[in-house]
Design a protein around this ligand. Structure first.
Ligand code: FDA
Length: 497
């Protein structure tokens, strides 16, 4: 509305006093579309009908972030923060509602400082995971960090929403290995662990991005890995017994020692058993023959390498190199739809048979299944906001890609249908989902009197956070009672508790 225009101009006027003009991009500026597009990973959110920011701010230091918050609050412009831009629903840079907002894009703040002696590192939110992994390995071949699989994911969003990859059974999620943060709060104040409340520190490590302030950097524990790890990828078609193997896998994989993770990527009529083992082929082979002989794993399947090589290997295949960890120009930008589930009871064998039917239908996507157990399941549910712990056998992610805007009808329908089909076989009351696999179909906040309501947030929030949702909302009520940092799925403030 026209009433907002002067406020926006005042916002820019406020910013230019504190932030160099070359770091500010107004919607009307010629560079704006490229800056916005740079880290959009889901092409669905590039199209013109999305509500875009009025400004993009690309800070190069913490005081720029503080100024953005102070100016935003003074002049009624909300901020959405973007680190790697991988949000499945694009909420770091687009709004579903018509709203005056600016994006604080952290991609210029990506320093990683490793302290090998102390086995810690400080990593800026704008670093991508591959840059963190690379920096760790450069300092030590026997230290690692348990975060996401895809190297271009932003540290900021991944850690804020949990963060897991092939080390989840050994070391749990990224967020539980964070020991300190630097964060700009809703008043523009810079806080760290010692100056924020214990609940605030708890909430930023897994309670989802945006809600609790802008995390500038994270201090993490680095964790030991052996000099050699072993990776295998064993594809099995339905003809080759994939159904029996998955049926066995769902009980075996979550019960194995934490040193081994065997996940499944099911696509078409094929299941690929993909594993990372913290050790050599020599000890992996007997472990597999004793625990999962049906898979037929033998030394010819072994790919031994340092841990750091396993990241590009698993993500891109045998030919990938360490340089791929640093590539910030990923051109793979499909149209995409994602959903997730948690499984506590083995899925009956006839259902696995039916699932391969689903995976070969028109519009079919793929299913990625990560086994839990070991460390990720041993941590108490309330230790961090991430509640998917004891008793979880595995996580399912349904992933669907298409490559032209008009081709979305069949894949979107398939995603809805398979999610409905799976309902009887997955977690219930609530039907759990992983916060970092954001799914707007689970619910959207309603805003009443300019505040997101607790009752609307509870609908999606208990799926991501179970019993931790209420504590997150109470914490939000204390640190941002006016709901300045918000999006369609931010934690609403629960006041008066
Ligand atoms: P983005 O910048 O879009 O931010 C995501 C959310 O966090 C937004 O709400 C944003 O506002 C907020 N946010 C970002 N930076 C913040 C900051 N500094 N302070 C506060 N809030 C901030 N996950 C996983 O755990 N394991 C995996 O293996 C994978 N694999 C994977 C592959 C691919 C191709 C994609 C697209 C995504 C994944 N994910 C994943 C999911 C991923 O972890 C999730 O999308 C993260 O939120 C992305 O973080 P970004 O910083 O890239 O996103």
């Amino acid at each position: 509305s026209s009433a907002q225009v002067p406020a926006k101009d005042d916002f820019l006027g406020c910013l230019v006093k504190e932030i160099p003009a070359r770091l500010l991009f107004a919607k009307s500026s010629p560079a704006f579309p490229a800056v916005l597009e740079q880290t959009i990973r889901n092409s669905r959110w590039s199209s013109p009908q999305n509500v875009k920011p009025l400004y993009i701010i690309t800070p190069t230091n913490t005081s720029h972030i503080q100024s953005a918050v102070v100016c935003g609050r003074r002049h009624g412009v909300r901020l959405r923060v973007r680190s790697g831009g991988h949000d499945y629903e694009g909420l770091s840079y687009r709004s579903e509602r018509p709203e005056a907002f600016a994006v604080v894009d952290l991609n210029k703040m990506r320093t990683v400082l490793v302290n090998e002696k102390a086995r810690t590192a400080w990593v800026d939110s704008g670093a991508q995971l591959g840059e963190l992994y690379y920096a760790i390995a450069k300092n030590s071949p026997v230290l690692a960090f348990p975060a996401g699989v895809c190297p271009s994911i932003g540290v900021g969003g991944n850690f804020a929403g949990g963060g897991f990859g092939m080390l989840l059974r050994k070391y749990g999620i990224a967020a539980e290995n964070v020991i300190d943060v630097k964060l700009v709060d809703a008043n523009g104040k810079l806080l760290d662990k010692s100056s924020m409340s214990p609940d605030h520190f708890w909430a930023v490590r897994g309670g989802g991005g945006e809600s609790f302030g802008i995390v500038v950097s994270w201090q993490v524990k680095l964790l030991p890995v052996p000099p050699t790890v072993t990776v295998f990828q064993i594809p099995k078609t339905v003809q080759e017994g994939a159904v029996d193997l998955i049926n066995k896998w769902q009980l075996v994989a979550p019960a194995l020692p934490g040193d081994i993770m065997i996940r499944i990527i099911a696509m078409g009529d094929k299941a690929t058993f993909e594993a990372m083992y913290l050790g050599t082929c020599k000890t992996l082979t007997p472990l597999m023959s004793s625990k999962f002989p049906e898979l037929g794993m033998n030394p010819s399947h072994c790919n031994e390498m340092p841990w750091i090589k396993s990241i590009p290997f698993i993500h891109l295949g045998k030919q990938a190199t360490l340089a791929d960890l640093l590539n910030r120009n990923n051109t793979f930008k499909p149209f995409a739809e994602y959903k997730s589930d948690y499984v506590y009871q083995p899925v009956p064998k006839p259902v696995w048979e039916q699932l391969f039917g689903w995976l070969t239908k028109p519009g079919a996507g793929i299913m990625v299944m990560d086994p839990y157990g070991a460390t990720i399941s041993a941590t108490p549910e309330a230790a961090t906001p991430f509640p998917h712990r004891k008793g979880v056998l595995f996580n399912i992610q349904y992933v669907n890609y298409w490559f032209a805007e008009a081709a979305g009808a069949a894949p979107l329908q398939w995603s809805k249908d398979i999610y409905k089909f799976m309902e009887p076989f997955v977690s219930k009351n609530p039907r759990q989902a992983y916060a970092n696999y954001r799914d707007i179909d689970l619910g959207r906040n309603e805003v009443v009197n300019d505040i997101s309501t607790y009752s609307s947030g509870k609908v999606w929030g208990e799926k991501y956070f179970k019993g931790n949702f209420q504590r997150l909302a109470i914490t939000k009520g204390k640190v941002d009672p006016q709901d300045y940092f918000r999006n369609e799925q931010s934690i609403p403030p629960l006041l008066g508790k």
